[in-house]
Design a protein around this ligand. Sequence first.
Ligand code: ARG
Length: 460
Amino acid sequence: MSDMMWGGRFTKAEEKNALDFNASISYDCRMYKEDIAGSKAHAKMLARHGIISKEDCEKITEGLSAIKKEIDDGKFPFSIELEDIHMNVEKRLTDDIGDAGARLHTARSRNDQCALDLHMYMKRQIGRVAEKLISVEEALLEAAEKYKDVILPGYTHMQRAQPVLFAHHMLCYFAMLERDFKRLEECYDMADMSPIGACALAGTTYPTNPLEEAEELHFSKVYGNSLDAVSDRDYLLQFLSFASICAMHLSRLSEEFIYWSTSEFHFIELDDGYSTGSSIMPQKKNPDMCELIRGKTGRVYGSLIGLLTVMKGLPLAYDKDMQEDKEGVFDAIDTLYFALDIYAGMISTMTVNGKHTREVLEHDFSNATDMADYLAKKGLPFRQAHAVVGGAVHYCIEHHKVLHDLTMEEFKSMSPLFEEDILEALKIENCVKNRESYGGTGPKSVERQKAHGKEAVAAM
Ligand code: ARG
């Protein structure tokens, strides 16, 4: 017999390298609070149903509280030999309080226990991530407010397309994060299902009540199938999908902040507190935070693909492969939390060079669509109007001008429909002002978007 928890069946101990390879304690120790709370609820339930005595339950509860304090204080000696958080805590409890501790694992398996811990842990972390997500949303709303008159070129294919309000651009990211928030709420709902009571896979012969434990641990529902309870990792995959999409959104914003900060664009300046310098080039101010977030997005995707791949060939119910579920998820939580935290600060401290973004629009053709619309509104079919303005742009490029530099004579030579008011129509401010279509970049439309955003955040 080996002195492992399952030693009865064994004639010798595990090899050292097998122990090291098998252990998950280095990372699953993160779930100690959940493990201990879960065990306390389990002991209570066992006592309520007369499966263990009230005295044993009290001893277990006190013993677990003492262990929790020791872990809180960083004094608990975790052991690799005891593989994971579940066995580290249970073994120590049994050492401390004897038989009562050894009764705790009645009507329970590490399979439902580790699933329970992870469900609880995810609920807690989802709450933290949600708070950070909201703080980025608030920062975006504030930036939209602070720079509400700033106009910048909007791009398609990275070519100047039409002028837009900076606030409109920020509110687009707000809309993305709003969807992320909804996805995160769904993640919470999936995580909020208790697997405890499934035991190893088939349920138990004891008169337990998983609903009581679930209620005690603030779960709104329990798994209806014990095989599903121990083998489901969908809620983790869903979180990783959410995290991947959210990281992708932050990565897109990072990309924009990076090129907006170049001398070529000069649209924004990130605060010194969120920038780094160069060890050799004294003039440098680098947007490292944005680049890191863009880079770390790959890690988050990696965790999603990693877990999808772990799960894809697994037969029911529990397989040890599933121990691989945690590191990627933990890493994704940390990465996203950090990235959101950085973003909230970075957005609220950056400076937008509104004068410059407006100025560059004087020297380009972002108002060409407005010129075509002008003609179309005077009765010229839009396709023909498009062709006239295309010709005008070509003419301007050859004569080193932009559309609003053309003389009335030149306008008239292009189409007799042009009158003095064409210059009004081509004013950059008016290109924005005139786009009051639903969701458009017009100031009223953008105000409406901002108001909806504020309502959404207030309702969170
Ligand atoms: N350390 C394991 C994990 O994280 C706990 C569950 C082990 N269950 C088992 N039957 N070996 O997945």
